[in-house]
Design a protein around this ligand. Structure first.
Ligand code: 3HC
Length: 311
């Protein structure tokens, strides 16, 4: 019976059908998804911190409104992804505990400080731009709840990318100081954005299973290349320089060759020793504890509702 159920799973993956929460699935498939989906959710929520830092200092009411809307979206993306991960039989408390104890990761990119308003432009344009390339591909992931969350999230991400690019375009059309500020942000966010796509395929331990189970539909390097090719042109249009002296169009391969990524920095940052790791976690833990009363009140309220329904 066990083999038949596994065969059913394999046939569904083979034929490109979505795997749903009630379907039988190999333990490894479930584990792989809980890991990736929960880390995706953690990234969305931690990502609200660098941006939240600039709400009170946005240069106009319109900029403040847009930034608030974007941060609210990221919170929502986190909720979709936590809920989708919970369909695999894991609780929110477990996932948060994994984040707080460092057992779970979140995206490297959110361990860098947002030092100027141009950073908010660079984050929207580069970080959300990279996230879009990754998430458009993930719309075709084999796990139903994850792929449906991606479809919804991708719609909102394009607004995030566009508003970031608008900030950079405006600054590059501004004063010399504004141009310098935008280029400085570009210099600091370019390489960590490339690292968002993960290690080279040859150094990616999860990619084998991810392809076998159609969790990943493109590889880390494929998506990174797609992002570079698209973003270099956008930078050129507004006059920003890519901080990579080895970046060069390769006519034969029809894509950009680029310099080597600093993998030592990547593993240091995802290992907990980036510029802001400590502060991001302290902030998340303290806000989580301060907000305990909200969760308790919500649970008490729903228990009361349940009780009054049953009497
Ligand atoms: N940051 C932190 N850790 C990373 C990483 C990154 N950018 N890239 C890879 N890693 C970790 C992996 O999690 C894995 O560690 P683990 O076993 O402890 O989980 C290890 O490095 C090896 O990497 P692999 O390539 O083998 O791992 P994956 O096959 O999982 O690929 C991934 C990594 C491409 C990030 C994949 O997990 C993925 O596509 N995740 C979903 C997308 C996501 O998480 N995006 C994060 C940004 S979300 C965002 O930007 C929000 C936006 O709205 C601003």
């Amino acid at each position: 019976a066990q083999d038949t159920l596994l065969r059913e799973f394999e046939e569904k993956i083979e034929c490109g059908f979505a795997i749903e929460p009630k379907d039988r699935m190999p333990a490894g498939y479930r584990k792989h998804l809980v890991r990736q989906m929960s880390q995706h959710a953690h990234s969305e929520v931690i990502g609200m911190q660098p941006e939240g830092n600039w709400v009170t200092r946005a240069p106009s009411l319109r900029a403040k409104q847009i930034l608030l809307a974007k941060i609210q979206d990221e919170g929502g993306h986190g909720l979709y992804l936590y809920s989708a991960a919970e369909t695999l039989g894991v609780s929110r408390d477990e996932l948060i505990e994994q984040l707080h104890t460092g057992k779970a990761k979140y995206s490297n990119i959110f361990n860098y400080p947002a030092l100027s308003w141009a950073d908010i432009g660079a984050i929207g344009w580069l970080v959300d731009g990279a996230a879009i390339v990754n998430q458009v591909s993930l719309q075709r992931t084999s796990y139903g709840p994850y792929s449906r969350a991606m479809v919804r999230i991708c719609k909102e991400e394009s607004f995030h990318q566009r508003q970031g690019y608008e900030i950079m375009a405006k600054m590059m059309a501004g004063t010399a100081d504004q141009k310098a500020m935008a280029q400085d942000a570009m210099n600091r966010w370019w390489w960590p954005s490339l690292m968002m796509f993960g290690p080279h395929d040859s150094d990616s331990p999860h990619t084998g299973d991810a392809f076998k189970w159609k969790i990943k539909r493109h590889s880390n390097d494929e998506l990174r290349q797609k992002f570079i090719d698209k973003t270099v042109q956008q930078a050129e249009v507004i006059g920003l320089t890519i901080p990579d002296k080895d970046l060069k169009w390769n006519e034969e391969k029809k894509c950009y060759d680029h310099g080597e990524i600093n993998w030592e920095e990547f593993s240091r940052v995802i290992g907990g020793d980036g510029p802001c790791n400590k502060q991001r976690m302290e902030h998340h833990i303290s806000v989580h504890n301060e907000g305990a009363w909200v969760r308790e009140a919500a649970e008490a309220y729903s228990a009361k509702q349940q009780y009054s329904k049953n009497v």
